[in-house]
Design a protein around this ligand. Sequence first.
Ligand code: TNX
Length: 634
Amino acid sequence: MTYFLENTWHPEPGPEGTWTVNLTNLSDTPLTDFKLSLTSITRIMPTHLLTGAKFLRRDANYHEFAPLDDAVIAPGASWTFSVTGINRSPFHRNDAAKTAWVTYADGTHAKVHVGDLMHDGQAPVRPAPRLPEGRLTLPFALLPWPNEIDATAGDAPIILHVSENMSIADRRLVVSIDALHGRLFPTAQRIFQLSPTLGSRGLRFKHDKSIKEEGYHIDFGDEITIISGSETGQRYGLIALAQMLHGASIDHAFSFPQTGSIVDAPRYDWRGCHLDVSRHFWTYDEVLRVVDILAWHKMNTFHWHLTDDEGWRAEILAYPELTQTGATRGADVPTMLPQLGDGHEKRHGYYTQDQMRSVVAHAQSLGIDVMPEIETPGHAAAVLAALPALVDPDEPPNSYYPVQGYFNNALNPAIPETFTVLERVFDEIAAIFPSKYIHIGGDEVANNAWLTSPKAQELMAKEGLAGTFELQSWFLRKVKAMLTARGKVMVGWNEIAHGGGVPPEDTLLMAWENPTVGIELAAQGYDVVMTPGQAYYLDMVQGADWLENGAGWAGPVPPEQSYTYEAEGDFPADLRSKMRGVQACIWCEHFTTKQWFNDLVFPRLGAVAEAAWTQKDQKDWLRFARQVRLHPEL
Ligand code: TNX
């Protein structure tokens, strides 16, 4: 690597401070006539003061600079420039330049090695451990912890075999959980088998319709009996057994019950996990593994965030542009520039309809519903790049931008073709995803969006709409009608309620900005799932120390906070029934590699899973800290 980029943040002048970038030429030849590109979540605002460089352009997190007066960087020498007027002060070492490259006069590129952002105002300290050692309450590996367990420890049996008269369907279910365990832990010994062998213990099912849908009981005797009222309950019983056997096989602190029972059912009906595949594309196989991990945690909803500004990932046969132009970024791709974590190379990725159907089938086989999300009207830069006919040609190009810095990134309600596209997209999405829910986004539209679009102005005058959010509400009511016509419940982020909102019947909103917004939405009549950033955003930084990584706007969120947070919190009793459950959200701006994904998602995913399943009086942070170490990663 012959070029090295170092960057530093200095807290003065307040409030945002100064960002300094330094590029050193470690090659043996002078660096001349070039541009420097970098991707950084600390962004240069339209009004800024830059010294030592020319600012060429910015598109969201992509920045492009050139040296002043065609300066030459001699071998061993450096070029430094500084800027004030950044969007906010960085929190952590990965909050500024993530990747960089130089582009020579002939258009070719060379990668630049990037160091951590340095803090010119405090020395870094070693972050505290995220998890205490913890301790066991009973020697059984179970996460989420069951709501009632009374059992004595025995020797761990090596394996369970199924009872002789078990139906084919039940045997299939047993084998599906053995296969799940095998995918998650390929090197571990298997859990279930059909035939008895020396030392194996028998397993049978009993059906009892009085046990509620997701509940199950397990009786431990000479034989082990799972009693349940549904296949879902059977599956959760099998997962509990598989977890205990797995734990006992890999860690001597754990064993398997000899006698006793478990009586269990989840605390909340909605135990969700969201995954953003737009900012960073996760392959089909990785998505399947995420689904497996959710199943192992007894979560029941996979919220697949398929579109965002950075890329559209769902194949739509009516509009191939969406997954050609709309899913391709690169330094030499004029329609979509590289974003956080990208180099200059072209990056492209989407799921075919067959792949999406397979993910749905895979999830269904594990009792998980897949809810697709198509972001509207905001977070739509990729759609507008792919389908430029949806842009009002008379709207000035850089007239508004939301918090994430994409200019003019909202679908325009005054372009009739916008609705034609959405109708076709929802037709295809509804045909792929049997879920009764479709999530339509609705978040973070800039508060001055559309105000310089003559077409939008005309529509607002005609409909008597005052301002961006009344127009947004007008737009979302139409979207809701499209979903109703397709028999779907509309799901969205909490800003759906802005500007008059949509009819609350059959509308489910996700409270993400803070916990109290959930109560306000419930009071307005909406069903609510609690996903507050302050507890359940798994991209949030896990500690206040500079050496941590992650998003900062709602952080830090240490694992203990995700675990102990009580989503029901201050919900008044009369609104409690509107609170449907809880959800983890995996936003991927900072997840530039699988390693970063694992570093931030775990152990907090387990914390949300247990908070979703286990009653408040059964939650125990130290037990969780000990148990969660056994759980799988991506
Ligand atoms: C806010 S949550 C967003 C996302 C970001 C996330 C990062 C929400 C509905 N919008 O677009 O990825 O913060 O934490």
